[in-house]
Design a binder for this molecule. Structure first.
Ligand SMILES: *Cc1c(COP(=O)(O)O)cnc(C)c1O
Length: 376
């Protein structure tokens, strides 16, 4: 263990590789995979994740902003890098220099990109984003022809792809997703003749790639499944795709002490002991991404047992009840997320305590702590 911090996020790169391979087997050889590595690879670390996925055969990466694409390129990433939020004019020089593929949805932005590309003698491939029902980024289907014609007319840019995104692929209601998939298929078919044939169509996120093979088109865009979490009700999805969690959060006990019954614990004394209690002080708090909202709900693993977190979570500390766990000593390993002994606390369980989703838990914990990379 490093002396730098009590808390470590372990990133299991072999699990990442496993998940990528499983997704590849599920979608088959003919469907490309755009590995979604935005937001520092969901808190797992952009570069180490991209390196493992490249080794595994990934040749397309999805980032949110230009800056992340530049970072990937500078580290030697050779695949196609799609910038999902598109590129602002200030970043066109980098888009061209680093051969990034921006998503487009704005005519003025396209025209400006065309001028920049022409000046540099470059041809920039763009992916056109259409909104088939997400209600977020993208042009409306009625604007498709206008955009396709414009991209065809403008020098320096070409239509390399068309994409959309599903709002409900993780819900139990399949009809909206299937309907949106059909709408997307229709739109893609309508421009098929306008592109020069190298255009890729893609819409499926993790939930869709598990549930709806009819939405694969040329490429799927897994994010959360790469990192080993299931989008939506796990029991339904586990049977279709086997995944291993990539991130785990390890800490250690700072102090163990006995406090009497009727003893107030932590700020506000929101918890008062009902019995003689053995208390483990842990160096884990909301600054480490262990949000204050887990107060009253959270548990951690110590010596292979679940220990309840008592009282309010503080900035850098929280308290665990180890009364019923024999032999807990200062320095004992604490698993905040991950497996210890026969038990496991996964990102979904923590997300439940925080009233959020696993995605946010991974970003929070991964972004707030030192990461250690392991491959075994
Ligand atoms: C984040 C994102 C994804 C990945 O979604 P998951 O649910 O994590 O698989 C796919 N496509 C777009 C456009 C995204 O923004």
């Amino acid at each position: 263990m490093s002396s730098a911090s009590y808390n470590n996020i372990k990133i299991d790169l072999a699990a990442l590789r496993y998940n990528y391979d499983q997704i590849g087997k599920l979608v088959g050889d003919r469907v490309r995979i755009m590995a979604i590595v935005k937001s520092d690879a969901y808190g797992h670390g952009l570069l180490p994740v991209a390196e493992v996925l490249s080794d595994a055969g990934a040749s397309t990466f999805g980032v949110a902003e230009t800056e992340e694409g530049v970072c990937l390129r500078q580290a030697g990433c050779e695949g196609e890098i799609v910038v999902l939020l598109g590129a602002p004019a200030e970043s066109f020089a980098e888009v061209i220099q680093y051969c990034l593929t921006p998503v487009v949805y704005d005519l003025a932005n396209l025209a400006a990109l065309s001028i920049s590309a022409e000046k540099k003698g470059a041809r920039v491939g763009v992916h056109l984003k259409v909104d088939v029902g997400m209600g977020r980024l993208g042009i409306m289907p009625s604007e498709l022809k206008l955009f396709v014609d414009e991209i065809g007319r403008l020098p320096g840019v070409y239509l390399a792809g068309i994409l959309s995104h599903f709002p409900l692929a993780d819900s139990n209601q399949s009809s909206p997703t299937l309907e949106q998939g059909r709408r997307f298929a229709g739109l893609a078919a309508s421009i098929g003749t306008a592109s020069d044939g190298e255009m890729v169509c893609h819409i499926a996120n993790s939930a869709a790639l598990i549930r709806y093979p009819e939405t694969y088109f040329d490429m799927v865009r897994p994010g959360i499944t790469l990192y080993g979490c299931y989008p939506g009700a796990e029991s339904v999805l586990r049977g279709k795709l086997s995944l291993r969690p990539v991130m785990s959060f390890h800490s250690r006990v700072l102090q163990v002490k006995e406090v009497p019954a009727d003893f107030g614990i932590s700020y506000g004394h929101t918890y008062v002991t009902g019995r003689l209690t053995s208390l483990a002080v842990l160096p884990v708090g909301y600054d480490d991404g262990y949000l204050r909202s887990v107060t009253g709900k959270a548990e951690v693993l110590i010596n292979g047992h679940r220990a309840r977190v008592l009282g309010r979570v503080c900035m850098n500390a929280c308290l665990a009840d180890v009364t019923d766990i024999p032999g807990v000593q200062p320095g004992a390993e604490v698993v905040v997320m991950g497996r210890q002994g026969d038990d496991e606390i996964n990102a979904d369980e923590i997300a439940g305590w925080m009233n959020t989703i696993s995605y946010e838990v991974l970003c929070l914990l991964g972004g707030s702590n030192k990461r250690l990379y392991i491959y075994d």
